[in-house]
Design a protein around this ligand. Sequence first.
Ligand code: GLA
Length: 384
Amino acid sequence: MTNQQLQEKFQQQFGQTAQHTFFGPGRVNLIGEHIDYNGGLVMPCAITFGTYLLTAPNAEGKFRLRSLNFKEELTVPVQDHYQKTGDSWFNYPLGVIDYFAQAGKELQGLDMLFYGDIPIGSGLSSSASIEVVTAFALNTLFNGNFSRLDLVKIAKQVENQFIGVNCGIMDQFAVGFGEKDKALKLDCETVEYEAVDCNLGDYVLAIINTNKPRKLAESKYNERVNECQEALKALRHEIAINYLCDLEPEVLQKHLHLIQDPVVKNRAQHVVEENHRVKQAAGALAANRIDEFGKLMYASHQSLKDLYEVSGKELDTIVEFALTRDDVAGARMTGAGFGGCAIALVKGDSFDDFSEKITAYYTEKIGYAPSVYNSLIGDGVKEL
Ligand code: GLA
C-alpha cells in the first residue's frame, strides 16, 4: 500500500486528514534464539516490513483504533486505565495506551489507523512492531518525555503484563533501535548494544514463511521460560549466577548433574551453547566469513530442534532443503519457533532459483506453499 493510499484510507475511516505517519519495523534474528530472557547475546536486525500508524487528534475525547488488516475496531474514552478485551489485535496498542495513562501522561482523543505489511503471526514480531510504534507515537504526540530505551522497555512490559507473554527484550529492542544494513549485537543482561555492519558479501537474506498457523505458541513459549528458570534454580545450588548465559559451555557441563529432569538439562544446554555460538558468529560476521556464520546458523537450528524442541516439521523441511544447496551458506528458524519463519543466507544470483525450488519442495512435503521474501534490513521506529 502506498503512502497516498494510506492517507486516503484514513480520510475514509475518520473523515479527516492524518497529521502524522509513524512506522515500526518487524525483525529477524540472525542468531541467538531463546537467549534474551536468559541474559545472553542476540543478533537481530530490523526489516523493511512493519506497521504503519497514521494519527490525527479528535475532539471527542476518545481513542478510535482501526486496522486495515483486521475487522475488529475499538473506540474507548480517554481514561486513566484500560483492560485487555479478548484476543483482538487492538489489545497491543491498548496496552501501550494504558501504560501512558497510568503513568499520568496527559492524553487526548486520537484517531489511529494501523496497517501492517508484516505477515501477522509469522514470527517476524508484528506484535513488538505495533507496540513500539504506538509507544513512539504517543510519546511524540503527548510529550511523553520517554527515551527510546524507555519506550522499548514499556513495550516489553505491555507484552509481559497486559498481553501475558513472558518474552525477553530482543524484539522490542530491534524494532526500537534497528539501523539500515546493520545487525544489533545486543547483550540482553545489560541492554548494551553495538550496531555492526551486516555485510553478507555475495549473499542475501531470504525469509521463508512456513505459513503454518501458530497455535499454542504462547503457552509453549511460557513453558520454555519456566524450564529455564528451573534449570537456573538448580544450578544456583552450587554456582552464583544471575542468568544461564553467565555460564560457558564447559562450566555448564561440570554442573549439569545438578539438574534432575533430562528435558530441563537439554534446555540449559541449548541456551548456554547458543550463547556461545553468537559470540563466534559475531566474530565471523565482522571478518566476512559468511560460510562460518552459515554453519553456526545450521548448528543453532539443530539445537533448537533437538534440545529446545521449538521447531517443527515445517521449519525443519526448509532447513533440510537449504542443506542440499551449495549456494546457501546457512539456514535456521528465527524467532520463537513453533511455525513462523526461517531465514537463509542465499547467493544473490541464485535467489530466484532457490525461491522456486524451495516452494516446490516444501509444498510437496507439507501440502501448502511457503512464502519466500528477499529481505532488506531497515531502520528502527520513526516518524515518516
Ligand atoms: C520471541 C520473543 C523474544 C525471544 C524470541 C526467541 O520472538 O518475543 O523475546 O525470546 O521469541 O529468541
